[in-house]
Design a protein. Sequence first.
Length: 158
Amino acid sequence: MVFKTSMSKSVKIITISISIVFILQIGYSIFFKDKYSGLISIFLISTYFYSFLSKPKNYELTKTDIIIRRFIFTKIIDREEVEKVELLDADRVKGIYRIFGNGGLWGYVGTFSSRRLGIFQAYMTGFHNLILIQLKNDKKIVISPYDTREFINQYYHF
């Protein structure tokens, strides 16, 4: 079964704001023909598209796997490696900080940490509708399907 994602309001605001800044920077580099601003524009465009391509597109449950579909780098989690799947209260990820990854442009993807949750991998489109996937090796993965209750119901009754 496939579960959709939806970007939170804050992710939409961050993405639109960064898009405007990037457009202004690219316009500046075209207008002034400064070689350094051209290099910056190439870096910004690369970052922008990489962030878009790596954001979660949807999540899929099969009999054997949990699949996190992205435009590139699909993540497959073997259900035999999963200890539990549970709803995640937003308070448990309050005060998170990014260790490595994308923190708001099209979503949150990468390695993050919070006091209450510890270190975890995020494949989220916002801080709403969160699910914690606890693996048997103590690794944690946080995802954000649109319908969290149905995801958990389908996971345990597949």
